[in-house]
Write a protein of this length. Structure first.
Length: 111
């Protein structure tokens, strides 16, 4: 029983360290958003232009996947391909951490 407890503890520590290592840095993502993303997507991910998607509140895993696909060329877009190309793995995780935690803006249409 003692051995099983030690194994379970070791596995849990391993899983926790893997998830902590893979997590993006919110503050670094905010800085990257200011430098690279804000012109099109807005500083908080709430684009004011319909042609640029809103990133605020998107799933972190979706943002990571999309940026990796733009970077690799699997997802084609003449604007996003070159924007994603210089991003490191950590830049991508940081930006995703930042944008996923932003509140999506709600726009009310007047009648």
């Amino acid at each position: 029983m003692k051995t099983l407890s030690k194994i379970t503890g070791a596995l849990m520590m391993g899983l926790l360290s893997m998830s902590a290592r893979a997590a993006g840095d919110y503050a670094a993502g905010q800085q990257k958003a200011k430098e690279v993303c804000s012109a099109c997507h807005g500083i908080d991910g709430n684009s004011q232009t319909a042609m640029y998607p809103k990133l605020a509140g998107q799933w972190e895993s979706y943002i990571i996947q999309a940026l990796k696909e733009y970077k690799s060329g699997e997802r084609k877009n003449p604007i996003m391909g070159p924007m994603a190309a210089p991003l490191s793995e950590q830049d991508i995780e940081n930006a995703a951490a930042y944008f996923s935690r932003q509140k999506p803006a709600v726009f009310v249409l007047e009648r």
